[in-house]
Design a protein around this ligand. Structure first.
Ligand code: MG
Length: 463
């Protein structure tokens, strides 16, 4: 029996190939996952896809063998973005989906991410069930005559592109003949984003739109330092907008026509603003870490916001339960329920173009209309076994603090004050608290973080 640890992190299982992420692990996970599916389904059908990484074939074949051994049928949909695999699972009635990807990590990494039958990312409960079976090696192998079959299907890309074209006002976008600089970062977005933009009548200037698992263009995390070429190219060619995707194309980041990098909190708020406006109100869902500009624009159009724990699967599930009009994370992970309940970069790009077309405004003008806040982030040490008591004490002490208007314990402790907020959130992996604060004034944001960090330090000392 293996020693039980945590395999699934925030974004599935990830590791360096042939070190912690190897064939044996993938095979075992395939058998455990297949065993889990067989508990409720007689002959589960599993879709599998990969991003552009060099180790994809190795891991795809190993995990597939595990599914086949436990009596699941596997359909290989090829090299696709994560949201394309998710859409395929939902639309083609698969029982589960697997994407072999390590998102924006360096090329030596790879990973395995699970998708439920509704196309959403696996919940923590399902991951824990699979982990339990894996560590106990309690596999339900099929009899020799009952092992699964492996087939391929090449319709996922068309299915997904058509889904997006139906979910946006394609004719309106086409009329505008937008010029887009597209930076796929050599990632999975290359296989379809240029095709989608052509179908939307756009003129495209391509940057790093050739698949390459070594990511030669730039590091595939869409941060300003990695998108310098895009930032320069947009004004140079006089384009309307620049768009960049991360390695598995679930997240998108934008650059306005002047070459300004747009942080994810702004594009997220823009998405929320227009979803709320179009629906004459409605619920929007986002984690507690999100900037207040999100709530400001939603409330301006008569909508409401539900704050959740950090993590896109949580946001997606709350959106489904509450029939939300929009949701997402401020790292470029926008979720549009009219398409599907997951972060979706190609849909985000199409939607931003639709907003620009409908409002007849430049992207810089649309972003200028979003309220501006100053964000401050820091961290502080705290032993893991003291995190819980520190959060409880902090929440209790500040309930009597007249300057604190609301205490929110959704994920860590978030204290609202008249002119800002501060959030102390325990790291899941390190003995630290992450401290976030926000205010319209930069110095005040820093002051808020410092004040409540000091209070938390005092609490730790007294424990
Ligand atoms: Mg990603």
């Amino acid at each position: 029996m293996k020693v039980m640890t945590k395999l699934f992190g925030t974004n599935g299982i990830r590791g360096i190939v042939n070190e912690d992420m190897n064939c044996d692990l993938a095979l075992g996970i395939g058998k455990a996952w297949g065993t889990y599916l067989r508990k409720t389904t007689d002959r589960p059908k599993v879709a599998i896809g990969t991003d552009a990484r060099l180790s994809n074939h190795m891991l795809k074949n190993a995990i597939s063998a595990g599914f086949l051994a436990t009596g699941c049928d596997v359909v290989d949909v090829g090299l696709v973005p994560t949201p394309t695999l998710q859409y395929t699972v939902k639309e083609k009635d698969f029982d589960s989906g697997v994407i072999i990807t390590s998102s924006h990590n360096p090329p030596e990494f790879n990973g395995i991410k699970g998708v439920a039958s509704d196309g959403t990312e696996f919940s923590k409960d399902v991951e824990e069930e699979i982990e339990k079976i894996y560590f106990a090696e309690n596999y339900g192998l099929a009899s020799w005559s009952d092992v699964g079959k492996l087939t391929t299907w090449d319709g996922a890309i068309d299915l997904y592109i058509n889904g997006i074209l139906k979910a946006v006002d394609a004719d309106l976008i086409k009329d505008k003949k937008f010029h887009v600089v597209l930076d796929c970062g050599n990632g999975a977005g290359c296989v379809l984003t240029p095709i989608l933009l052509k179908k939307l009548g756009c003129k495209i200037t391509e940057l790093y739109c050739e698949l390459d698992g070594m990511f030669p263009g730039h590091n595939s995390e869409p941060l300003p330092e990695n998108l310098q070429d895009l930032i320069h190219k947009v004004p140079e060619v006089g384009a309307d907008v620049g768009a960049a995707q991360d390695g598995d194309a679930d997240r998108a980041i934008f650059v306005d026509e002047k070459g300004n990098y747009i942080w994810g909190d702004k594009s997220l708020a823009l998405g929320a603003k227009y979803a709320t406006k179009e629906n004459n109100g409605g619920i929007n869902v986002t984690p507690v870490t999100t900037s207040s500009c999100f709530k400001d624009v939603v409330e301006e159009y008569g909508g409401s916001v539900i704050d959740t724990m950090v993590g896109s699967p949580v946001v997606a599930r709350v959106m489904m339960e509450k029939n939300a009009v929009f949701g997402g994370e401020e790292n470029g992970g926008l979720i549009f329920p009219e398409m599907q309940y997951c972060r979706d970069s190609a849909m985000s790009i199409a939607k931003i173009l639709e907003i620009m077309a409908k409002e007849n405004k430049k992207l810089s003008e649309l972003i200028d209309d979003i309220p501006k806040y100053e964000v401050f982030k820091t961290k502080m040490p705290c032993p893991n076994d003291k995190k819980e008591i520190v959060m409880k004490t902090l929440a209790n002490q500040t309930k009597d603090d007249s300057s604190v208007t609301k205490v929110d314990e959704t994920d860590g402790v978030k204290l609202y004050l008249k002119d800002g907020w501060v959030l102390m959130r325990p790291s899941g992996t390190e003995p630290i608290f992450r401290v976030y604060s926000e205010s319209k004034d930069k110095n005040r944001a820093e002051e808020l973080a410092r004040t409540y960090k000091k209070l938390a330090e005092k609490i730790i000392q007294n424990q």
